[in-house]
Every structure is written in C-alpha cells, then in structure tokens.
Design a protein around this ligand. Structure first.
Ligand SMILES: Cc1cc2nc3c(=O)[nH]c(=O)nc-3n(C[C@H](O)[C@H](O)[C@H](O)COP(=O)(O)OP(=O)(O)OC[C@H]3O[C@@H](n4cnc5c(N)ncnc54)[C@H](O)[C@@H]3O)c2cc1C
Length: 409
C-alpha cells in the first residue's frame, strides 16, 4: 500500500519504481502504459495518483552542480530542499526563499507552485531556469528560459513527463533572523496589512480564527532582527505555530541570526513538520484584496475554528508561469492546517470557497480543494495552452489521471 505523507491518500498505483539511473528512468517511462511521477508525497490530494505505475526519482544519482558564472545550480529531481540548501550554504550560496518545510523534493515542490512568504519573494517555481524532462516515449526534452513553452513547464503538475533535473537561480549566502510576535490585534492587521507583510524579508501570520487577533506573527529578517510590530508582544521563548506544539521541531527564533536555510523554513529537517496528523488547504487571492478576503473568512470563523489546527497567511510576489497560483498577480495565500477529519472539513471548505469566490481565489494544486475544473479554467487563462503542451509532449495521455482528465479537457 502506497500512501502520501499525510496518510489521507492511498495511491491506486500498481507499483512504485525507483530507477537508479537516467537510462532506467527512461526505460521505465517508455515501457509504462500509464505513469505518474511521485516526489516525497507531501501533497494532500490525488494529483500524483495513477491507475498505472508511480515513478520516484529519489534513487537517481544525486547531482548538485553550481555554475558560479551563471549564478545557477543544477539539481537532480529527487533531491530535497533541505539537502540542496545545506550544499549551497556550505559552498557560499543560497536560494531566495524556502517553503515552511525542507522535507519536500525540489521537483515535486516546483510542480505545484510551492512557495514561502515575502511580499518581494516569488514562488520556489519562479526560481527555476530550466527543466529536464523524460517524456512519454522516454526521450529527454530540455526547456529553459527563452523557450515559448518554458512558462508552462515548471508548475506542470507532473503532466508533461518525469522531471529528471532542474536548474535553479542562486545568490550569495545570507543570514536571517527570526522573531515571533504574539497577539497582533485585528484592527492593526486590517489597518496596516500591507505594511506588516512588507515589514521584513518574510512574514507569516498565524491565526486559529478563535478571535479577532492574529495569534502569532513569524518575522524573518535579513539584517537587523525585528524588535516591534504594532501592538503585538515579542514571544519570550521559542514557539511552534500550532498552539501547544513542540518548539524544538521549529527553526531557531528569538532574533538570533543564522544561515538562511535554518530560518526561512518554520520546521527543521530532522523533525516532523507541522503536526503530522492533518490535512491542508490554501487559497491565493490578489494581494490588494487580501484584507477583504480575510474579513470574508472571519465571518465564518465559528465554523472554521473547531476543525482547524492553525491558519497561515503569507505574501507571494507575482510570476509569469502559466499554472502558478501567483501567476500575473501579487498574491496573499490563506492557508488552513486542518485536523485530519475529511468529513468535517469538507462542508467548511465549501463555505470558504463560496466566501472567497468574489476574490478569484486559486487553490494550491497540492492541497485539498473543491474548486471545479470549469472554475479553474476561468482562474487560469493559460490553461488551454498548457493542455495543448501536454498533448504535444504526451500525445497518448500516459501521464494523465482522473484529476488531470477533468482539468485538461
Ligand atoms: C507539512 C507540510 C507543509 C507544507 N508547507 C508548504 C508551504 O510552506 N508552501 C507550499 O506552497 N506548500 C506547502 N506544502 C505542500 C507541498 O509543498 C506540495 O504539496 C509539494 O508539491 C510537495 O512536494 P512533493 O515532493 O512531496 O511532491 P508530491 O506530493 O510527491 O507530488 C506533487 C506533484 O508533483 C509531481 N511531481 C513530483 N515529482 C515530480 C517529478 N520528478 N517530475 C514531474 N512531476 C513531479 C507529482 O506528479 C504531483 O503532481 C506543505 C506540505 C506539507 C505536508
């Protein structure tokens, strides 16, 4: 039985292959009738599922090659962000941002538009400069910046082939300090939302929706640590974003500067990220409508709070990738870490999607959502071009599954 990280999805796949060379990967893809790439399985829905075979690039020979002249790193698809980050730091380099956890594979993360926070930081996908794909007949196709098809090839949901390697932009290593503030009053959030989200390199608001105040604000600064944040109180010790969660699972706080990759994620590679017993959903709204959208959610907070571990609100700068949830618009993402009760969560999710409909909310591709395919087609104007690209690279639909069939009609 093959399940995702959260255990809420049992894949219907007949087998999971872990080829140990590019030649084996190409042969496995060419031979398969139906196939889907699998990363570290941290998605919460059936996006990676198939009735055929799953292929994980995790056992491919590890490649991490820095091109100092170009400011780029080439990385094999199975490498996790935590491993890549340590390698880059050791060599004096960095990525511009990371997600809340370093446990996820680079290829799986960028395939769904995974992001961190920071009004000036784009998604992790937007830092990809080239993609090396093994396509349906086992051939290798490289798509890089400048190619018309490239913007469709990064957030590609595993629909174009198995990514064998990626090239990402890097920059010189830097230090970050992380400070947690508590009890940011609701009126301050509403009056100064943009200022708060722009007050540091990366800012995350955590709320349990039990009251008007934001429970915690995680402020990640490059340069001087944050000392104050409106009427919020600086935490007197390390915190976990979920009330009562173990702070030792989290990256160092209290304003102590340290390596970028040991502060930008909330969770440490050696520990379980988040809670471990959970579901997740997330919606991206245009940044300039975020306060309205948050107010719309606040109206149903009595429905949300009982089934929730915690919500996180983050900022993501716009990119141009066709299927990126931040495509074409600076965004604010409203995230929900749910208790693991799908039956109780489903009606609340429907309510949230109704409330967020006026704000053209795009769901995270890797999390639980109910947004129908017709609505997704409206939300992603380039979806038709993406469907055409899948037909070009995968004419017989080898990489399709039920979810993609309904999306890419
Ligand atoms: C605790 C936790 C915290 C999270 N925090 C964040 C966060 O901070 N920000 C955020 O945006 N998301 C977050 N997520 C969601 C997560 O980042 C995404 O679901 C991401 O896609 C997971 O990467 P993965 O390697 O596990 O991919 P999988 O879940 O294995 O696969 C996701 C998709 O990528 C495709 N894929 C995987 N590998 C390849 C490949 N080699 N070639 C082509 N396609 C491939 C799969 O077919 C599938 O469609 C979190 C998830 C968890 C469990």
């Amino acid at each position: 039985m093959i399940t995702n990280w959260a255990g809420n999805v049992t894949y219907s796949a007949r087998a999971l292959h872990r080829p140990s060379s590019l030649a084996e990967l190409r042969e496995a893809v060419a031979r398969a009738e139906r196939v889907r790439p699998l990363g570290t399985g941290h998605s919460f829905n059936r996006l990676a599922d198939t009735s055929g075979e799953l292929i994980s690039p995790a056992a491919l020979p590890v490649v991490m090659e820095i091109d100092t002249a170009a400011g780029k790193v080439r990385v094999s698809a199975g490498v996790r962000y935590g491993e890549l980050s340590r390698f880059l730091w050791t060599n004096g380099y960095a990525l511009s941002n990371l997600a809340s956890l370093p446990h996820i594979s680079v290829a799986g993360a960028v395939s769904t538009g995974t992001h961190g926070s920071g009004a000036g930081n784009r998604s992790l996908s937007a830092e990809v400069a080239a993609v090396e794909l093994v396509t349906a007949d086992g051939s290798i196709v490289e798509l890089s910046e400048g190619d018309d098809r490239f913007p469709g090839s990064v957030v590609a949901l595993g629909a174009l082939g198995v990514v064998a390697a990626l090239t990402l932009r890097v920059r010189p290593a830097y230090e970050v300090s992380q400070t947690v503030f508590e009890n940011l009053p609701g009126p301050a959030v509403r009056a100064h939302f943009t200022e708060i989200m722009r007050s540091a390199y990366s800012v995350s608001l955590f709320t349990s929706w039990t009251g008007d105040a934001v429970d915690q604000v995680w402020v990640k600064s490059v340069g001087e640590p944050a000392l104050e944040l409106f009427d919020a109180v600086r935490a007197d010790g390390p915190r976990h974003p979920i009330p009562g969660g173990p702070a030792e699972w989290c990256t160092p706080q209290l304003g102590v500067p340290g390596p970028w990759h040991e502060r930008l994620p909330h969770f440490r590679l050696e520990f379980t990220p988040s809670n471990g017993d959970e579901l997740q959903s997330e919606y991206f709204v245009p940044a300039d409508r975020a306060v309205e959208a948050l107010d719309a959610i606040a109206e149903i907070r009595e429905r949300i709070a009982p089934v929730l571990h915690i919500s996180e609100i983050r900022a993501i700068a716009a990119d141009e990738l066709w299927l990126s949830p931040a495509s074409g618009r600076d965004s604010v993402a409203i995230h929900f870490t749910w208790k693991p009760d799908a039956v109780a969560v489903e009606p609340v999710l429907t309510l949230i999607e109704e409330r967020l409909a006026p704000y053209a909310a795009r769901p995270h591709w890797g999390k639980v959502y109910g947004t129908p395919p017709e609505r997704l087609a409206e939300l992603y104007p380039r979806l038709g071009e993406f469907a055409a690209l899948t037909r070009e690279l995968d004419p017989r639909g080898k990489f399709r599954n039920d979810l993609l069939d309904s999306l890419l009609r």
